[in-house]
Ligand binder design. Structure first.
Ligand code: C5P
Length: 242
């Protein structure tokens, strides 16, 4: 396991705050406060509510994963990374397909802000190939595949640029560990117990299987959000990975 992670099992759970409104987010943050490690704010909630959503979560003493998957020219992404760093998010991410220079500049800019303002260093993650893509859609944009090979290649590029880890589907954990070693962080969505609905996740692992396969953090949304008893659902996940 990565040495950055000296956490208890609950700290390895990232709850996907996939809601539209600020007040819904507030409800979930209050309910899951101290029961999960990190709350993930995605494009919908951030576009709706803006940075005040980060402040609300921080004020409740919780950590934020800002999941905005930046992809733009190096200077623009580096500036966005600086702002995420100033907001003191625990994690933010960008697309590895934005290229080596974009990733490297963003890492350098974020580290410089942390140092100059004496702020904690956020974990910076790369998205390799979106799990919504398959062989066909990759060819459409000129990437020949196979997918897992591209994922491995982009993870190595991200690591060389100084990125801390990647968001990866359960199937990709093996090749990333093999190519990038034990220190590189792997954050894995697509987590389901056998009794859970799969929703739109096609390739899933249970929480324990994902941790055993080498994931450091698990991103979990609907199995908690749509459970009859969300707190019990979180406890079940914690027990599974304990
Ligand atoms: O509800 P569920 O547990 O499927 O939520 C998964 C979360 O992880 C969502 O916020 C989704 O956007 C995110 N995600 C994903 N697959 C990826 C990357 C992120 O499902 N490859």
């Amino acid at each position: 396991m990565n040495p950055i992670i000296q956490n208890s099992p609950k700290d390895r759970i990232i709850f996907a705050l996939d809601v539209e409104h600020f007040h819904e987010a507030q409800h979930w943050v209050t309910l899951l406060k101290d029961r999960v490690g990190i709350l993930k704010v995605g494009k919908q909630l951030f576009t709706h509510s803006g940075p005040k959503i980060i402040d609300m979560i921080s004020q409740k003493g919780q950590k934020v994963f800002l999941d905005l998957k930046y992809h733009d020219i190096p200077n623009t992404v580096a500036k966005a990374g600086e702002e995420a760093t100033k907001h003191q998010v625990a994690m933010f991410n960008l697309h590895a397909l934005g290229g080596f220079e974009m990733m490297k500049k963003t890492v350098e800019a974020s580290r410089a802000v942390s140092k100059n303002l004496n702020l904690p260093k956020p974990i910076i993650l790369a998205v390799t190939i979106l799990t919504s893509m398959d062989g066909e859609t990759m060819k459409e944009v000129g990437i020949q595949g196979p997918i897992v090979e591209e994922v491995g290649r982009l993870a190595v590029l991200a690591q060389k640029a100084g990125i801390d880890g990647v968001v990866a589907s359960p199937q990709e954990i093996g090749i990333i560990r093999e190519r990038c070693g034990e220190e590189f962080l792997i954050v894995t969505p697509g987590i389901r117990h056998p009794s859970d609905k799969k929703d739109d996740q096609k390739r899933t692992l249970t929480p324990r299987e994902a941790i055993e396969a080498g994931a450091d953090y698990l991103v979990i949304g609907r199995p908690i959000k749509e459970a009859k008893d969300p707190i019990e659902a979180v406890q079940k996940i914690v027990e599974d990975i304990s």
